[in-house]
Design a binder for this molecule. Structure first.
Ligand code: HEM
Length: 162
């Protein structure tokens, strides 16, 4: 009979291959980045109101979800199992100005994220976070455009991690 890998062994193997593990990312850094970033978002004139309309006053559930999200992306912990694309497609349709989420909104999100990383992150971790954020922002932007029946454009160059 074949030897079955234990749950612990599998978790350890994932930990070893997780990209964040090779770039100095750990749970404590993820939590600092998420809390720092959404602290900036809340103050932001352009994006703050979009989040406030969805989230209201209690940010903690959103922050915990985003910590799980980044833990899954960078440390492969599998703690996030949601589907963010439909959430952002819905936001595009419900944005108050009738124009939806545009490339400028996503670029602004990325610029705020980059500024947060510069404050809080060592170099390789910053490059990795930023690389994944750009790719995911790009995919949301394209998903939204497909959903609208538009030809997807391109947000800008995706920096490679490393
Ligand atoms: C213009 C850019 C963006 C806006 C305005 C935006 C806004 C929002 C809002 C309002 C929510 C719902 C909050 C809640 O009720 O919990 C949300 C959820 C989320 N966002 Fe974004 N977002 C943007 C870009 C991004 C990017 C670039 C990423 C990833 C790198 C991201 C990842 C997520 C995830 C994982 C969720 C949770 C979805 C779920 O409910 O499972 N967002 N976003």
């Amino acid at each position: 009979m074949e030897h079955e890998e234990s749950i612990e062994a599998r978790a350890e193997r994932r930990r070893q291959i997780a990209p964040g593990n090779h770039a100095g990312v750990d749970e404590a850094l993820i939590e600092r980045v998420v809390r720092g970033f959404y602290g900036h978002i809340r103050q932001d004139a352009r994006l703050g109101p979009i989040f406030a309309a969805e989230i209201g006053h209690d940010w903690e559930p959103h922050l915990l979800k985003m910590i799980d999200f980044w833990s899954s992306v960078l440390l492969m912990t599998g703690r996030y199992s949601g589907r963010p694309m439909p959430v952002h497609i819905r936001l595009d349709g419900s944005k108050g100005d009738g124009k939806g989420l545009d490339a400028g909104d996503f670029q602004h999100w990325l610029a705020l994220f980059e500024a947060t990383l510069r404050e809080l992150c060592p170099g390789p971790a910053e490059a990795l976070f930023m690389d994944r954020a750009r790719r995911i922002a790009e995919s949301f932007r394209m998903g939204i455009q497909f959903h609208r029946g538009q030809t997807p454009d391109w947000l800008g160059p995706v920096r490679s991690a490393g």
